[in-house]
Design a binder for this molecule. Sequence first.
Ligand SMILES: NC(=O)c1ccc[n+]([C@@H]2O[C@H](COP(=O)([O-])OP(=O)(O)OC[C@H]3O[C@@H](n4cnc5c(N)ncnc54)[C@H](O)[C@@H]3O)[C@@H](O)[C@H]2O)c1
Length: 372
Amino acid sequence: MKIGVPKETAAGERRVALIPDVVKSLKKNEKVDVVVESGAGEAAGHTDAAYQEAGATVGAADAAWGADIVLHVAVPSAEDISKLNGNQLFISHLNPWVAADTNKALASAGVTAFAMEAIPRTTRAQAMDALSSQAAAAGYAATLIGARESGRFFGMMTTAAGTVPPAKVLVLGAGVAGLQAVATAKRLGAIVTGFDIRRAAWEQIASLGGRPLELDFIPDAEGEGGYARPLTDEENAQVRDALAENAAKQDIIVTTAAIPGRPAPLLITAEGVRNMAPGSVIVDLAAETGGNCELTQPGQTVVEGGVKVIGTRNLPSEMPAPASQLYAKNLENLLGLIVTEEGETKVDFEDDIIAAACITQSGEIKNERAAK
Ligand SMILES: NC(=O)c1ccc[n+]([C@@H]2O[C@H](COP(=O)([O-])OP(=O)(O)OC[C@H]3O[C@@H](n4cnc5c(N)ncnc54)[C@H](O)[C@@H]3O)[C@@H](O)[C@H]2O)c1
């Protein structure tokens, strides 16, 4: 049984699907071979020699793409998919609820494809949950970008020349990424406020040293599976008004609010940005799904009245070493359900994790939600 790790081809993608330590661990099963495309780990700090030392073979792209199981990070392009040949398992981010063409191309290629975004958010699947591991990297990276772009000291600085007060940071949306942003800003010494429409998140913000912004005129919006339900237009407008007053006092705002499968909620209007002090920064993690700020442009920094609005893209790739380390471990844990001790693949649809994460098989889009 061969496991292949091709070099990522998406622009700006610096992560790699397996790191040498995880190769070593997979190689404990002597029926398993790992073939890594030369240079695949370079941007994440892993040399070809390190993979070889861990027991992998380093080869050309064809060898990695031709393996029995191909492990990948970014949503594959049509060209990537054309390198696959029917009898394979392909495990990657696939953006399966949105990227209909990718689903169709994978089905046509005949491969059994698993989407890391479709791993259920259950206790048993936690160790395979790449949405969480990569969101943690994104929340951390966003806070550091906010710190750098604001040019402020986060912590209070007392010097012979005077005292500089700490930065004020507001985090909107306190899921995995938002809570990591709260924790990171707090560790750097900022005064941190956090907000979420799920009340359970308020306690989590407080447990990390942040001050929860308790807008209690909005009923708890915790919906199915622990995710937030979409607010009504009226509720959204009320939240925006309440946030505008608070946002105007902040030096840095990190926004992470999302509702799965929907455009990001609009939380900060253009007017809200104009009310902020020049030099303030908004880092919008929701840029790729429409943005939490009205002025956000994905992949760009918009400056309005001296306020920078940063539309981030693929933030986990800004932290390629730890993001790859965690992703590789997520994959290893998933492979534990798929690779037998005899070195064969087994795709057991009785297993709820396999059933949920498998998007295509035998030429069909198996996953109902992805098929829609
Ligand atoms: N294995 C597990 O059990 C597991 C793992 C990870 C996450 N979870 C749970 O899944 C849920 C979602 O986590 P996520 O990080 O994937 O979330 P996400 O990335 O989908 O959304 C980010 C946050 O935005 C919030 N939000 C949505 N609309 C908002 C609005 N208008 N204003 C402010 N905030 C808004 C959401 O409540 C969420 O906390 C959480 O309840 C989390 O605890 C469970």
